[in-house]
Design a protein around this ligand. Sequence first.
Ligand SMILES: Cc1ncc(COP(=O)(O)O)c(C=O)c1O
Length: 461
Amino acid sequence: MSDGKNLSVEEKRELLKKLMKEKAAKAAASQAATSAPASGFSEDKSIYTQFEKFPEVQTLVAQFQTLQMLQVDNPYFRVNEGIVKDKTRIGGRELISFSSYNYIGLSGDPRVSQAAKDAIDKYGTSVSASRIATGERPIHKELEQEIASLLGVEDSIVLVSGHATNVTVIGHLMRAGKDLILYDSLSHNSIIEGCVLSGARRIAFPHENWEELDRILTEMRGDYERVLIVIEGVYSMDGDIANLPKFIEIKKKHHALLMVDEAHSMGVIGPNGLGIRDYYGVNGNEVDLWMATFSKSFASCGGYIAGKKVLIDYLKYNTPGFVYSVGISPANAGAALAAAKIMKTEPWRALKCQENAKLFLKLAKEKGLNTGPSKDSAVIPVITGNSAHALILADALFKEGINVQPILYPAVPDNEARLRFFITSDHTEEEIIFTVNKVDEHLTRIRKEMADVTFPKSMIG
Ligand SMILES: Cc1ncc(COP(=O)(O)O)c(C=O)c1O
């Protein structure tokens, strides 16, 4: 069979369509051969011990085959060989990067790196125990006080991972059979996992639809004890900002708790770069649980919950992911603390990031690219509306020297497949102009040449 390299555009398209069809038929046949009968479990129990026969493993294999058929390199697990700011080095090549959360350039900042090294020199590479036992170090409390001061609240608790923070805190505070959690339908996986873990009744309200949230609460509030509303400051797929004042109004009206995940907003949005509280100018005490991760603007690793002292004290003595887990490492605490202090004193970083995002968005809109509802944040999607197109576009851009991650089905519905650009304070005007031009050029070409190339129907549901 031809490798497709010397074919005309027309021939290439036909070949792709044929391969996709064959693949869909093969996938369906293989699924039918290995999945359990509709009536119950398979008689052949050996299939439950062979990972290659697990349907989800077969789906992954099918996805790799699709990459091959589309003649694109695997865009996942690419090795970035150094610090990633506006640029990165992959396979010895320098590329413009739009794939890291280093929004305000603090990962790689010499002051932040030095703080991590100093913390290691002082406290070692691990605190070697849960903080409730012998893991507590002065740097932990210092960091927690700094976080609380950024948000204007009484106290905070710091955990080893952002993801684990949501899982363990939501999972622990909310209870099966008594409580209700209402979370935005575009919530991050860690929020959903926390809701599932809690066993509480959980309902996803339509994205940003506070009217619907109000309606659900009017109907259901009476049936539950605690009610938790969970939203995000900036939504990581679309780059839109939650209408925080409305959610505060609703949570007060219905006596609910409000939790805001600021993974993508803290350090980035607002006139001082201090997140969604700063963006809307609300009082920190209006929100019950402020959450964010250290893996983005804080240039570290970990997560926090900030709020009233009584809540933080309770969580410190009871949250499983805190009590039964090691304290955040000295290096991570040191880096996050240094970053938090810089965030406060150098708001120009967030403002530069906002300015860059504004320029990217303006240029993309002028080209007619679909950037969804992104506004005032550093997350800008370019929606291709087709997973195959998103994959081919990301590959073409990579070859042009631009690294950006495609988001494909099943992470988003196929017709919402996209490239997701993370803008940073380090990007230059030239890099942004070059990138938007290249996106437009390649997307126009791909749509013309490969209009009917899609992921196999069997794969996109
Ligand atoms: C909204 C949101 N919450 C939580 C997390 C988890 O944070 P971490 O990756 O630092 O564990 C992420 C990570 O991307 C996120 O986007």
